[in-house]
Design a protein around this ligand. Structure first.
Ligand SMILES: Nc1ncnc2c1ncn2[C@@H]1O[C@H](COP(=O)(O)OP(=O)(O)OP(=O)(O)O)[C@@H](O)[C@H]1O
Ligand SMILES: [Mg+2]
Length: 184
């Protein structure tokens, strides 16, 4: 599912309502047919993995930053999540690979590198629903398309909610045959 809209139109708010970072003033938000207010917070947060628009990286290693989504994850799972996020090659090129320290708030990494670590952190979780809030805006279109293709192949049965500003971001995530017949 793609959510596209102008700056400030409420995309991040929608994700926040789903995660129940705050409650709706009126109406209701249903996840799998159940009002989010009726879920135990833990059950809801286990069901949904989110790569937040302003995601935090911490002053720990790259591997520990990714494992934030699933403490205690083994190195194979970390590498697999990084590979989906198109982060494996740049991580390998860092001085100590997954053991490289990240400066506080990710200051030692580029915007696109930070985004990919955040995506890896989200996909590490065995969630049913993934939300990517503007998570690939700093990537070039090819890397972005590779990322969404890998995600689709590796997590075929999960729901992916992709929030983006560029229509190309979500169009590229689809099979070419899926959209060629669609009007602009
Ligand atoms: N914590 C908050 N308190 C009050 N208003 C807020 C808060 N966060 C966002 N808003 C307002 O709510 C509206 C929707 O914001 P939101 O962050 O959901 O937009 P968005 O579509 O995600 O924008 P962007 O494309 O810039 O990420 C905006 O007008 C914003 O100013
Ligand atoms: Mg937003």
């Amino acid at each position: 599912m793609a959510v596209i809209g102008a700056i400030g139109c409420g995309k991040t708010t929608l994700a926040g309502l789903m995660m129940r970072f705050y409650d709706a003033d009126s109406g209701a938000v249903l996840v799998d047919g159940i009002d989010v207010g009726e879920y135990r917070q833990r059950a809801l947060r286990e069901k949904i993995a989110i790569a937040m628009q302003k995601s935090e990286l911490f002053g720990v290693t790259v591997g520990e930053n990714i494992a934030w989504g699933l403490p205690g994850a083994d190195s194979m799972s970390l590498a697999s999540a990084a590979s989906i996020a198109q982060a494996d090659s740049f991580i390998s090129s860092l001085g100590n690979g997954y053991d490289t320290m990240v400066a506080e708030r990710g200051m030692s990494l580029s915007g696109g590198q930070k985004q990919r670590i955040s995506v890896a952190r989200a996909v590490l979780k065995p969630a049913e629903i993934f939300i990517f809030d503007d998570s690939t805006s700093a990537l070039d279109l090819k890397t972005e398309a590779d990322l969404y293709r890998a995600l689709k192949e590796s997590r075929p049965d999960s729901t992916k909610i992709i929030i983006a500003q560029r229509i190309a971001s979500v169009r590229n995530s689809r099979d070419p045959e899926f959209y060629t017949d669609c009007p602009e």
